[in-house]
Design a protein around this ligand. Structure first.
Ligand SMILES: [Zn+2]
Length: 517
């Protein structure tokens, strides 16, 4: 398949129907928004780009960079330095990973305003209240950049330069700044409300559908990408993450809200047994974390717990299938307004570390409601992150082995045998070969049905004494992705933290690949 023409592809009836065919949509409040959404969208799709990039070269970028550097100058810099032809423009987040300047404490890059900033966050594009009639969350406009609108103020200039614009948003909320957040919050196994949303809460669905409808109807965007950077209750409880998470006081396994319990009951899953199982698992983690050893061995004890509470697995599956339904909801909502929009998903970095998350995140299952996928085989920050992940799962599931053995086992799981030892890993990072392996795996999984645009990590923060990105790293990772068959890449996480000298590594790789594919 030639993906290079995808931006001009005629809206496909199959594409449109595959979103609507998803059962989750039948229940969504999003459809109550459609009449005025469609009415307000008149003619906007005419502005769809006619650019035909030979490769899709996207960069994630926040509004702050455009304000600091000027829209035209920023776009010129991206084109000249990195051959960028698509913007993944952050329209909504309360976090620092996709918005704002360099993260505090990290060296300032070679462009932009040389000062750290503070982020309030929210929506970096105008909010049209009529789209939020069914959403309890309405007041989300980020205040820090005045009236600057990352869609309305950027898209016309980007189009004039032949660049596409995708609306990028993530599940990074600040309940303190979002009135009524408790109405959409998930609930953990002990009944505590969390800082993110429940996929099965109809108001949470209405909130996301409202934003997507608003952006799709009121702006000439080319696509949408959502980052749902979280995983299910089992993976959370066993600490299958690259963040430092232990010691921790208790599990935040979720979601056990009334909506989830009722929906699971209808699907034949006993939520109360699942909760009992997760409480038992939480206690097991606390025991092994405190150094209490079972005479039968750590892993045998864990497996006995699973045998006693198979609902632990059922609840994990219930969680990730609910996440898939949210993908389908966003997909169908966007497509109903503008079938030409390309809607896809950032797949978080842990997918190349954790066999547990990799099993949950089945690329083939995502195809019916995806136009593209962006898996993240970040190999630079991947060094220290994988080392931390190994420490985490060693301290719970794999205590019977040495940390080095746990790493070797994971290398075997992912085909990474021969990559750096645990001691070397935080400073060496992983090789570009691992980028190619994950890219090929994703392409094979989806059988070429949709494009795979791997994320290339450029200056994603690590410890100052850990692996830092060099231009040759970016060049090699980009080349590895292209040679594995990727029709494009997404430079990640955000422009404001990347050095221009490193972005240039992507351009060099593209030039080399063009002459020597
Ligand atoms: Zn719930």
């Amino acid at each position: 398949m030639n993906y290079s023409d995808q931006s001009t592809e005629k809206p496909s009836r199959r594409d449109f129907l595959k979103g609507l065919a998803t059962p989750a949509l039948a229940l969504t409040p999003a459809f109550s928004l459609l009449p005025h959404a469609l009415a307000d969208s008149g003619g906007k799709s005419e502005g769809q780009t006619s650019v035909k990039p030979s490769r899709f070269v996207a960069i994630q970028i926040g509004a702050r960079s455009f304000v600091d550097e000027g829209v035209d100058q920023c776009l010129d810099t991206l084109q000249e330095t990195g051959s960028v032809n698509a913007l993944m423009a952050t329209v909504f987040t309360y976090g620092t990973g996709l918005a704002g300047r360099q993260v505090s404490g990290e060296p300032l890059p070679d462009h932009g305003v040389k000062e750290y900033d503070r982020i309030h966050g929210g929506s970096f594009t105008r909010v049209h209240p009529e789209f939020y009639a069914d959403s309890p969350i309405k007041d989300i406009r980020a205040p820090e950049l005045g009236d600057f609108d990352i869609l309305a103020d950027v898209i016309p200039k980007a189009k004039a330069k032949g660049m596409q614009t995708y609306a990028l948003f993530e599940e990074n909320y600040n309940p303190r700044l979002m009135p009524n957040f408790e109405k959409i919050a998930e609930v953990d196994l002990y009944g505590r409300k969390g800082a993110t949303t429940c996929f099965n809460n109809p108001y949470a669905r209405a909130f996301l559908a409202s934003m997507v409808s608003d952006w799709a109807a009121n702006n000439a965007i080319d696509g949408i990408m959502w980052e749902s950077e979280r995983q299910g209750p089992l993976n959370n409880t066993i600490g299958a993450s690259f963040n430092k998470i232990f010691p921790r006081r208790s599990s935040t396994a979720n979601c056990f809200c009334d909506y989830c319990i009722r929906k699971a009951h209808d699907a034949g899953i006993d939520g109360n047994r699942a909760r009992e199982g997760y409480i038992a698992l939480d206690h097991w983690v606390n025991r092994v974390q405190s150094g209490t050893n079972s005479p039968d061995g750590n892993f045998v004890g864990l497996w006995r717990l699973f045998l006693e509470f198979p609902e632990i697995f059922a609840w994990e599956r219930f969680w990730y299938t609910s996440q898939e339904e949210m993908y389908a909801l966003i997909y169908g909502t966007a497509k109903a307004i503008n079938p030409r929009l390309k809607v896809g998903w950032h797949i978080m970095h842990v997918v190349t570390m954790s066999p547990f998350y990799s099993a949950d995140t089945n690329y083939a299952r995502l195809v019916p409601f995806s136009d593209f996928l962006k898996p993240c085989p970040y190999n630079n920050c991947g060094g220290p992150r994988l080392a931390q992940y190994i420490q985490n799962v060693h301290s719970t599931v794999f205590r019977d082995m040495s940390p080095e053995q746990v790493l070797d086992m994971h290398y075997a799981f992912f085909g990474y045998t021969g990559e750096p030892t645990l001691k070397e890993l935080p400073t060496a990072g992983l090789s570009a070969r691992t980028v190619g392996i994950e890219t090929k795996r994703a392409i094979d999984d989806v059988k070429g049905a949709i494009p795979i645009y791997p994320g290339i990590d450029i200056d994603v923060p690590t410890g100052l004494d850990e692996k830092r990105t060099r231009p040759s790293d970016v060049r090699e990772a980009t080349l590895a992705a292209l040679k594995a068959g990727a029709p494009g890449v997404v430079l990640s996480r955000k422009y404001a933290e990347m050095k221009l000298t490193n972005i240039a590594g992507a351009k060099q790789a593209l030039q080399e690949f063009t002459t020597n594919p």
